[in-house]
Design a protein around this ligand. Structure first.
Ligand SMILES: *Cc1c(COP(=O)(O)O)cnc(C)c1O
Length: 393
C-alpha cells in the first residue's frame, strides 16, 4: 500500500534537488568552516553564499541572518533573547492564544521568571483583533510576538498592520513564520518585521536547520555559549549541508511559488468541497480566505479525531488531528478552543495539509476513505444514535 502523505504542515518530504545540493557537503567537502585550509574555506564560502541568498529572498541584509537548529530554537532565542535584553525598558510581552508551543511555552517560562505576558484572543475565524492588540500595549511593552500563519488552522494574521502598530509604539515585533515561509511572499522591510523564525523542513528542506532573522540594531542575548560562530550569537560548528539544503529549498520554494500555490490551493478547495458535499454534520475551521493554500481543518461531529487518524493510517493516509492525545494529553487543541469550538467538536477535527507532491487521485481516495470511516464510526457512536433519533422525531 502506498503512503499518502497529507501532513505537510507537520513536515515535508525533502526535495531531491535539495538533497543533491547537500550531498557534496556530506561526502567530499566536509571541512569545518572555521578552519583556514582550503577544505574549510570552501565551506565558509558556501555558508556565506547561502546566507546571502536567504537574505535576498527576505529582503534583509546577510548579517541579519543567524542559522539555528530550527523553528523552536529560533523562537526561543528571539523571545528570551529580546525580552532579557530590554528588561531595563520593561517586562511586558504581547503574544496570541494560538501560537505554536515553541512560543507559548517560552512565554509561560518567562512569566515564571518575572515577565508579564498578554495573550491576545482570536475571532471565530482564527484572526487576531487589532484593536485588542492596541489596547494591550503598555508603557512597559518591549516585544510583540505573533505568528505569521497558524500550523493547525492555517490562518494568516495581518502581519503588516501588526508591524506598523509595533513600530508606532517603539515595540519590537517578532513573528514565527515557520508555516508561512515557502507559501507566502515575505519582505521584512515592507511588513515591518524586526525578527522572524523559519525552519527548512516545513518547505521541502532538511530537518534540524532553521533561521532567525533579527534586524540590525536590535539586541538579543545569545542562547548557546561556546565558539564565535554566527557573530558570536550562536556557538557550534555550522550545519553546512543543512544550510545549503535550507537555502536551496528556499530558492526552489520562491522560484515556483505561484505555480505550486495555485495547484495546492485547487486541491485543497477540491478536498473541502468534496467533504462538504459527501459528509453531513461537519464544521470547517478557520478563515477560508486568509489562509495557507494547503491547509484544511474540519471537525466531524460525533467522531473522535484519534479514531479517525488510526483508521486513516490503516489505509496508508497520514494526517493530523485537533486533539493532542498522541502527545500524551487528552486536551483538545488550544487553537481550536481559542476559535470557540466546544471540546467535543474540537476533539473530532482533522487537519489535512496538502503539499506540492499531492495529486487529485490521492484526494479522491482520501474523501472516499473518509466517507466510509466517518460513516462507520458514527454508526458505532451512542451520541450519533441519539442525535439521529432526535432529528427524526
Ligand atoms: C513546526 C513549527 C515550529 C517548530 O519548528 P521546528 O523546526 O520543528 O523546531 C514552530 N512554529 C510553527 C508555527 C511550526 O509550524
Amino acid at each position: 500500500m502506498n503512503t499518502i502523505y497529507l501532513d505537510n504542515n507537520a513536515t515535508t518530504k525533502t526535495d531531491e534537488e535539495v538533497v543533491k545540493a547537500m550531498m557534496p557537503y556530506l561526502l567530499d567537502n566536509y571541512g569545518n568552516p572555521s578552519s583556514i585550509y582550503k577544505l574549510g574555506r570552501e565551506n565558509r564560502k558556501v555558508v556565506e553564499e547561502s546566507r546571502e541568498k536567504i537574505a535576498e529572498i527576505l529582503n534583509c541584509k546577510p548579517d541579519e541572518i543567524y542559522f539555528t537548529s530550527g523553528g523552536s530554537e529560533s523562537d526561543n532565542t528571539a523571545i528570551r533573547g529580546i525580552a532579557y535584553s530590554y528588561k531595563n525598558k520593561g517586562n511586558h510581552i504581547i503574544t496570541s492564544k494560538i501560537e505554536h508551543p515553541a512560543v507559548l511555552e517560552t512565554c509561560k517560562q518567562l512569566e515564571k521568571e518575572g515577565f508579564e505576558v498578554s495573550y491576545i484572543s482570536v475571532g471565530e475565524n482564527g484572526i487576531i483583533n487589532l484593536e485588542e492588540l492596541k489596547n494591550a500595549i503598555k508603557p512597559t511593552s518591549t516585544l510583540i510576538t505573533i505568528m505569521f500563519a497558524n500550523n493547525e488552522i492555517g490562518t494568516i494574521q495581518p502581519i503588516e498592520e501588526i508591524g506598523k502598530i509595533a513600530k508606532e509604539h517603539n515595540i519590537i515585533f517578532h513573528t514565527d513564520s515557520v508555516q508561512a515561509i515557502g507559501s507566502v511572499e515575505i519582505d521584512v522591510e515592507k511588513l515591518n518585521i524586526d525578527s522572524l523564525s523559519l525552519s527548512a523542513h516545513k518547505f521541502y528542506g532538511p530537518k534540524g536547520i532553521g533561521v532567525l532573522y533579527v534586524k540590525k540594531g536590535i539586541k538579543f542575548n545569545k542562547f548557546i555559549n561556546g565558539g564565535h560562530q554566527e557573530k558570536n550569537k550562536r556557538a557550534g560548528t555550522e550545519n553546512v549541508a543543512g544550510i545549503v539544503g535550507l537555502s536551496k529549498a528556499m530558492e526552489l520554494a520562491y522560484r515556483d511559488l505561484e505555480e505550486h500555490n495555485k495547484k495546492i490551493k485547487e486541491l485543497r478547495d477540491y478536498y473541502v468541497s468534496q467533504v462538504k458535499e459527501k459528509i453531513p454534520y461537519i464544521k470547517i475551521n478557520g478563515d477560508m480566505e486568509k489562509r495557507l493554500p494547503g491547509n484544511s481543518n474540519i471537525s466531524f461531529r460525533f467522531i473522535e479525531g484519534e479514531s479517525l487518524l488510526l483508521n486513516l493510517d490503516l489505509k496508508g493516509i497520514c494526517a493530523s488531528s485537533g486533539s493532542a492525545c498522541t502527545s500524551g494529553s487528552l486536551d483538545p487543541s488550544h487553537v481550536l478552543l481559542a476559535i470557540g469550538l466546544p471540546h467535543e467538536i474540537a476533539h473530532g477535527s482533522l487537519r489535512i495539509s496538502i503539499g506540492k507532491y499531492n495529486t487529485k487521485e490521492e484526494i479522491d481516495y482520501v474523501v472516499e476513505s473518509l466517507v466510509e470511516i466517518v460513516g462507520r464510526l458514527r454508526e458505532m457512536s451512542p451520541l450519533w444514535e441519539k442525535f439521529i433519533e432526535e432529528e427524526n422525531k
